[in-house]
Design a protein around this ligand. Sequence first.
Ligand code: 5RP
Length: 224
Amino acid sequence: MTQDELKAAVADAAIKEIEPSLDSNTVLGIGTGSTVNLFIDRLGPLRDRFQGAVASSEASAERLKAWGIEVFELNSVGTLPFYIDGADEVSDHLRMVKGGGAALTREKIVAACAERFICIADASKYVAQLGDFPLPVEVIPMARSYVGRELVKLGASPVYRQGVTTDNGNPIIDCYDFMIDDPLAMEARLNAIAGVVTNGLFAARGADVLLLGKDDSVERIAGQ
Ligand code: 5RP
C-alpha cells in the first residue's frame, strides 16, 4: 500500500474504534494533518450520530464545518471522550513528536481534555527513539532568539520555521540533531524555558491507543 492508502486505512480503523460510542451528546476532539483530514472525511457522513467536535486548528475546524459538523469552543464543553490525531513520530509507550503542521499547542490542550487519545499513523511514523523528526517548539515572538540559544545549550540545532505563524500568532523553532533519550524529562525541561509556549513532545500525555497502518493490516497497540 502507498502511504496515502495506509493513512486511509487507519482513518477507517479510527471510525470503527469510536463508532460504537457515538451518541447525541458526544463531542469529539479532532487533531490536524493529512491523516486526520481523511478521518474527518469519513466522520462527515456520520454527523447526525454525534453532537459535534472541538478542533485543534482553524484548518480542521473549516473541514469539519464543510461537512456540516458543529464545531464548539473548547471552553464551552467538558471532558471529551476521544481525541483523534496523527503524529510525526511515535515510539513505545505511545509517546510522540507532533507539530509538523504547527498545531502542537492546541493539539496538546485538546488532548489534555480527552479521556482517550487515539493516534492514527502509517508505519513510517513508528520509531525506536524520538527525535529524527525535528522537534517543533512554539515560542512567544520576542523570545525567539533567547529560546534558540537555550536550545543550543541542550544540544539541539534550532532552525526558525520561515513563513509559518501558528493559529496562536507565534513562530515555530524546529530542533534538528536532537535525539531524545528521556521524552518525559525533555518535555518538561523545554517547557520550563521562558518564552516557550509548548513543545511538540507528547510524553506526559501520550496516546492511549495507536492505530498503525502496515502493509497488510492496521495494528492496534494499546498504551500501558
Ligand atoms: C500537526 C501534527 C500532525 O498530527 C502531524 O504533523 C502528522 O501529520 P500527517 O497526518 O499529515 O502526517 O502534529 O501539527
